[in-house]
Design a protein around this ligand. Structure first.
Ligand code: CUA
Length: 185
């Protein structure tokens, strides 16, 4: 039975491809095949639509921040000479941070809950990861570049910060702590 089915589809295949016979356009396509074709085409449209929609309505863009820095002098660069948390005049918070073998500087970060926190970080040595466990704050820290992103932590609490890019023998001990302060809304 399987064999005869295979033969049938073989025959159809020739029919579709047989343009020289002038029957290509009217070739019969099985219903289930049509369903898959339209389903797949529909998915492609949905995916592209989702990308366009989130880019336009949600301002979701791929990271394109290309602020550079010399890793050799990153520790003394004015932008990173004094890592830590500062409050900006507009009420937002900025965290300047160095990720290096094998620690985050500062190790402990205290930020307020419910306010936008902008992280600015770089690495003076190799690629590190910066992941605040349990949140969507997660970025790569690359030597030569300044990684910047803004995130709001709605709930107070303590989070572990881990390096999630293998950076050497001490990778597994590279961690920090983020304390989100404030009252639960
Ligand atoms: Cu730093 Cu792994």
């Amino acid at each position: 039975m399987n064999r005869s089915e295979a033969k049938v589809s073989e025959g159809e295949g020739r029919g579709v491809g047989g343009g020289e016979e002038g029957r290509g356009v009217g070739a019969r396509v099985e219903l289930y095949e049509k369903i898959w074709m339209w389903g797949a085409a529909g998915l492609v449209v949905v995916f592209i639509g989702a990308v366009v929609y989130t880019a336009a309505a949600g301002a979701v863009h791929p990271p394109s921040h290309v602020e550079t820095i010399d890793p050799q002098t990153a520790r003394t660069d004015p932008r990173f000479a004094s890592p830590g948390v500062t409050e900006r005049p507009d009420g937002t918070v900025e965290v300047v941070l160095l990720a290096q073998m094998y620690a985050f500087l500062p190790t402990e970060i205290r930020v307020p809950a419910g306010r936008p926190v902008t992280f600015r970080m770089t690495s003076p040595d190799v690629i590190h990861g910066f992941q605040v466990v349990g949140t969507n704050a997660n970025a790569m820290v690359m030597p030569g570049y300044v990684t910047e992103f803004t995130v709001t932590f709605p709930q107070p609490g303590e989070h572990l910060i881990v390096c999630n890019e293998y950076c050497g023998l001490g990778h597994h001990v590279m961690h920090g702590k983020l304390v989100v302060e404030g009252e639960a809304p």
